[in-house]
Design a protein around this ligand. Structure first.
Ligand SMILES: [Fe+2]
Length: 187
């Protein structure tokens, strides 16, 4: 039997208390994601393979909803900002919400039909991610980007589609600001 409880979420650190699970993605685990492979190898080697992001869950398998945080470090690879892998949900009826707590970023979304949208990530903005839109978050700031996500427990993650073909757009720094450009490697 599940019991109610209050879960503390620190909007600066992203810590979730109590949490049920967590994982960390080191930059080296994001091999193939960034358009500049040589710059990627250099940042991994010279930066000591830094953490790119961490995900902390509050998830009960017996319940249909779950939530947690994603804590994204600032950084760049060849002018491209640190980002998450990006995924579709396996369930075609499952959307998600991303409520930014601190930092600044861009949520890059792409529909199955190839439409591209972005939603600004900053405190006070809760991004609505409809079903069947791939989503990738990008830390465009100089501080951690922390957001709360909430979705169906069994939404499922399809990371493979984006890993294999990439997304149609890249988010890079141009003149000190984020710019959205075509991905020359898009398959
Ligand atoms: Fe998702």
């Amino acid at each position: 039997m599940l019991f109610p409880e209050g879960v503390a979420i620190d909007g600066i650190s992203g810590e979730v208390t109590p949490s049920t699970d967590r994982y960390t993605k080191k930059l080296s685990e994001l091999s193939g994601l960034f358009h500049d492979a040589a710059a990627f190898d250099k940042v991994v080697a010279e930066g000591g393979d830094p953490i790119a992001y961490e995900v902390v869950d509050y998830r009960k398998q017996e319940c249909d909803i779950c939530f947690g945080t994603t804590i994204m470090m600032p950084g760049q690879v060849g002018g491209e900002y640190f980002m998450t892998r990006g995924h579709f949900h396996e369930r075609k009826d499952c959307g998600e919400g991303y409520y930014t707590q601190s930092g600044e970023g861009l949520l890059l979304l792409e529909s199955r039909e190839g439409e591209v949208r972005t939603v600004e990530m900053k405190p006070g903005i809760c991004a609505f991610i409809p079903p069947e839109w791939a989503h990738r978050s990008i830390n465009t700031g100089s501080e951690k980007l922390v957001f709360v996500w909430f979705c169906a427990t069994d939404a499922g993650h399809d990371y493979g589609t984006i890993r294999e073909r990439g997304m149609r757009k890249l988010v890079v720094e141009r003149d000190g600001r984020p710019a959205i450009i075509d991905n020359p490697n898009f398959a």
